[in-house]
Design a protein around this ligand. Structure first.
Ligand code: G6P
Ligand code: MG
Length: 224
């Protein structure tokens, strides 16, 4: 694969662009406490990239509680979590952009890459507004219009289509295992952010967002 063929970059939001992974996690922790599920790092990791209702199911399943709540009660729990999360989002500023991301976006823009957002979050537009990054993204996939969540390829495949690029001309960036699987299944080259043992299915893994630069990505491709 040639680096020169890459024309577009598709980003996950939470945990890649902004530190909202932490905010989601803190808000879910409250729900876990409320229903009586023990909050562990492994449970927190499992929720990454997963939709709101599926996340709630995972929390309930962790202590075999899924049948103890009816649909309306589940909707209420999810609603409360979202209210709590949005309260945290309202306090966000540019300081909540992960290190190096703004300069990476700027260099992609200067070099005329197409930029799209592929987040499962229904709150992604608000997070981009609060962090002042909306203008970088010409395309934002609307998760309410998708039939399947990550790890299905639909979200990343849709983003490539919106950019009018073949999947082979795109890179996808994710911090979640489910997200890496979605990128790979869409036939897009995947870049993981985080622990390389956890994200071992990714094409390349950078330990943190600061390492995410065009020259680091290029040197990976050159070595191949
Ligand atoms: C992303 C996050 C998840 C979150 C999901 C839905 O995938 O990684 O933690 O649960 O979006 O977000 P929402 O804001 O719609 O509840
Ligand atoms: Mg994420």
């Amino acid at each position: 694969m040639e680096f020169e063929n890459i024309k577009g970059v598709i980003f996950d939001l939470d945990g890649v662009i902004s530190n909202t992974s932490r905010l989601h996690s803190d808000a879910w922790h409250q729900v876990a406490d409320k229903v009586g599920t023990e909050w562990t790092e492994s449970l927190s990791n499992k929720l990454k990239g997963v939709s709101r209702m599926e996340s709630l199911e995972l929390i309930l399943q962790a202590s075999s509680l899924e049948s103890h709540y009816n649909d309306q009660q589940k909707q209420e729990l999810a609603h409360d979590k979202n209210k709590d999360y949005l309260r945290r989002v309202e306090n966000m500023t540019k300081n909540d952009i992960l290190p190096g991301i703004e300069s990476f976006l700027e260099s992609l823009k200067q070099n005329h890459y197409g930029l799209a957002l592929a987040s499962a979050s229904k709150n992604s537009a608000r997070v981009l507004e609060k962090t002042g990054l909306s203008h970088y993204f010409s395309e934002i996939v609307d998760p309410t219009k998708l039939s399947k969540g990550k790890p299905d390829p639909e979200i990343f495949a849709t983003a490539a289509k919106l950019l009018r690029l073949a999947p082979e001309k795109c890179l996808g960036i994710e911090d979640a295992v489910m997200g890496i699987r979605s990128i790979n299944a869409a036939n897009i080259f995947s870049i993981g952010i985080g622990d390389k043992n956890i994200l071992n299915e990714a094409g390349i893994v950078f330990e943190n967002t600061e390492l995410l630069t065009l020259s680091n990505i290029r040197s990976h491709f050159d070595k191949k």
